[in-house]
Design a protein around this ligand. Sequence first.
Ligand SMILES: Cc1cc2nc3c(=O)[nH]c(=O)nc-3n(C[C@H](O)[C@H](O)[C@H](O)COP(=O)(O)OP(=O)(O)OC[C@H]3O[C@@H](n4cnc5c(N)ncnc54)[C@H](O)[C@@H]3O)c2cc1C
Length: 410
Amino acid sequence: MNPFEPLIRQDALSSWRAFLPKVAAYASARNHVKPGHENVSRLGACIRFRTLLEDEIIEDTLNQHTFQVAEKWLQEICWRRYWRGWLEMRPEVWSNWRRQVRASRQTLSAETLARAEAVSAGRSGVACMDKIARELIETGYLHNHARMWWASFWIHVEQLPWELGADFFFRHLLDADPASNTLSWRWVAGLQTPGKTYLVRLSNIEKYAPSYLRGNETGSERLEDGVVSALFPQEIANVERSPLIDYPTSLAQTTGRRGLWLHTDDLSPEIGPLTDLAPVSIAAYLSEPVYKNIYELSPQRIASLRTVTQDGLDRAAAHFACPATVLEAEDPVLGLGSWAKEAGLAEVVAFAPLIGPVHDILSRLKLRLGEIDVRLTLIRRPSDVTAFSFATAGFFPFWQKMSRHLNPPH
Ligand SMILES: Cc1cc2nc3c(=O)[nH]c(=O)nc-3n(C[C@H](O)[C@H](O)[C@H](O)COP(=O)(O)OP(=O)(O)OC[C@H]3O[C@@H](n4cnc5c(N)ncnc54)[C@H](O)[C@@H]3O)c2cc1C
């Protein structure tokens, strides 16, 4: 398991406190890929699962640094919410990706599938790219620049389908995020911003990551400037934007028995709109079985899901002073239904799942709970509602609105 990427809240908080002074140097330091990665925060996994909240990071940052000094850092922190908001309004981009992953495995030639397998196992023959693939498999972490180079190598040099490369990342990255991963891969492929692709260049790797090249430059002529050319997608389907779902941001009063369903899209119910919930029971899957069965996650990714969820469950049980149940049933919908019934609940409350694996079970879950007369109430953090509402188009207009929101003119 990656020794330097914090997962549980206590570790996340101490890593964040140690990184906070480094925010001042982040803009100039962040692009360099160095062994140990101390110039970047490595907070991706705990932010993705919300054992640490963006709201806390933003508040601490602005207490310690001026907006101008911290702007690049704040921008990066907000990128995840931008991607999430963008995907919330275009959910079919997620379902199309999953469909395409399944279809590719059925329809691609044995030769292409074998090449994809070799490249993702770190056997492409381009030593610096193979180092990146092995680092991902061994640690579950990659620096942003390494992710960009490797995704570009996969798409534009190896000419493999982006969907399978994104699937490889999703199975191994400890911070794997449906929105950040899918949309970053689409961006490298030229699908996200029409007419723009991201091209890996040897000179860029030499400048920012000499450690990947040191000692072995085998195959790097394939990455030389001018050799790699962009493989533009044949046609870009127009992605329609649907309105954001209007989830409530606070709880209504009730007299019925309430249970809290805790899931991996937000593991800090003790902070924010659910803090006064008073549930009679809490339930979670330590790692949703769908992850094992549908997504075929790596063993260390499964282990990290168990670690973060157990941490969330322990904190929730302590905060709400009520019993916590670890669900085991293979089918999460049936497991949650049985829990609600056995606990005699009138209502199940949860943070609204984001587009991704947990969201995919929602419509079945609503039906199942309806059958046993249990209400499902989904709550969204107010800061997510605000940020998501800004993500209608590109990142630049998003940031114009977001930065005014974070740093209002006096
Ligand atoms: C092809 C590709 C796939 C990616 N897949 C994922 C993914 O599955 N999950 C994921 O969290 N990020 C993903 N990213 C974005 C980014 O690479 C990681 O968030 C970042 O490298 C995490 O490392 P860090 O915490 O040390 O980053 P830092 O540089 O310390 O950044 C701090 C935080 O800001 C946010 N952030 C920074 N850069 C980005 C970015 N470009 N997009 C979104 N958020 C960002 C993250 O929450 C990150 O933890 C991907 C990028 C690319 C190019």
